[in-house]
Design a protein around this ligand. Structure first.
Ligand SMILES: CC(C)(COP(=O)(O)OP(=O)(O)OC[C@H]1O[C@@H](n2cnc3c(N)ncnc32)[C@H](O)[C@@H]1OP(=O)(O)O)[C@@H](O)C(=O)NCCC(=O)NCCS
Length: 340
């Protein structure tokens, strides 16, 4: 793609802002979920259901429909994710405020209540904006390939994005920053900073099956470039909130320091990845750990929908059909049920 001109950019921002609200009836859908539902369970359902509410953008052969569906998804995801949070904590949904930017508006829908004014903190909004940009796209990861495969059959874009959200939910994909925070909570429970040495020993022991979550990457074998930026943001946020001495964050930074110096990690080129820092940043902002993957889904929707549109636009696009290599038994007769 090409960078938009200033006019195109402004027009696009205005268009997205025009679509931030969701259909009033969609709010009722939330009431059907248990209050303790995992936000990802809500997101899979609600995003898939968008196809029932926005039936004027389902013709995937029509570029205008595709653009409208893409704009709606980009604009409504923050609203939908924030509503999932508000629902689980039993607070009223907050309507979007379109004079705010994308990240500020999300913070408003998450943390404001109708009872009083709320001004998003610019440092936190910038941090969230960075998380969203760094997670927007990442070539053919599992969820993006899932969106493409779903879309290859001609399924509507809302259904395709719901399939991407389902795939992202898995702990091996979108759940890494949640796993990283849970690891920090575990170490904290076992005694905190004093126990780091013991924990690292366990990580190095191949039989323990313990990994240092938030370290290492399948593709980036040197420092993850996204992690460099997120690290900077992490320190900005902790300073802004005066949390440098909070036991959990101190523990995280100490773990980072030790691992960066320890030969086990250095020799294997295991550096902190983007999830290590983004988990800490989100926790500091006040986002509950269960919602981390939902924030990731909100960010990745932009990449998913762009990749989906690129695929549909391709005149040579055909239905995806992975093949299977059969390695099972050779031909067998059916033995009747009574004598099996
Ligand atoms: C991301 C991950 C799956 C990449 O795995 P990979 O590319 O297959 O790396 P390998 O399994 O080849 O690891 C190479 C070596 O480092 C070790 N290693 C890799 N990640 C490790 C970690 N997080 N903690 C401890 N040891 C680790 C492996 O045990 C292996 O050791 P060995 O050479 O002695 O056998 C892996 O690093 C991991 O599980 N990290 C933690 C989870 C995480 O943060 N995921 C988010 C990714 S964005």
């Amino acid at each position: 793609g090409e960078l938009p001109t200033a006019t195109q950019y402004d027009e696009y921002v205005t268009t997205v802002k025009r679509h931030t609200m969701v259909h009033e009836q969609l709010m009722r859908l939330y009431q059907g979920f248990r209050r303790d539902a995992h936000p990802m369970a809500i997101l899979v359902g609600v995003v898939g259901a968008l196809s029932a509410y926005y039936q004027d953008s389902l013709d995937i052969t029509n570029p205008e429909h595709r653009l409208l569906a893409a704009t709606r998804l980009v604009a409504k995801m923050p609203t939908i994710v924030a509503m999932a949070y508000k629902y689980t904590v039993g607070q009223p949904f907050m309507y979007p405020r379109n004079e705010l930017n994308y990240a500020e508006n999300f913070l408003h829908m998450m943390f404001a209540t109708p009872c009083g004014p709320y001004t998003p903190n610019p440092v936190l909004a910038r941090a969230l904006d960075r998380i969203l940009i760094l997670h927007a796209d990442h070539e053919q990861n599992a969820s993006t390939s899932t969106v493409r495969l779903s879309g290859s059959s001609g399924a509507n874009p809302y259904a395709c994005i719901a399939s991407g959200i389902a795939c992202l939910w898995g702990p091996a994909h979108g759940g890494a920053n949640e796993a990283c925070l849970n690891m920090l909570f575990d170490i904290q429970r076992q005694g905190g900073i004093e126990k780091i040495g013991e924990f690292i020993k366990q990580v190095k022991d191949k039989d323990s099956n313990t990994k240092l979550m938030g370290f290492g990457h399948r593709v980036y074998k040197n420092f993850d470039p996204r992690a460099t930026l997120m690290r900077e943001t992490c320190h900005e946020v902790l300073n802004e909130l005066g949390l440098q001495n909070d036991p959990l964050f101190k523990l995280a930074l100490e773990l980072e320091r030790i691992a960066l110096e320890d030969d086990y990690f250095v020799s294997r080129k295991l550096y902190p990845n983007v999830d290590f820092y983004s988990g800490i940043v989100q926790k500091a902002i006040g986002i509950p750990v269960q919602l981390f993957t939902g924030i990731f889904a909100m960010a990745r929707t932009i990449g998913w929908i762009a990749q989906w549109n690129e695929m549909i636009h391709d005149p040579e696009q055909k239905i995806g059909r992975p093949r299977q290599l059969y390695v099972g038994a050779a031909r067998r007769g059916v033995v009747s049920k009574g004598i099996r």
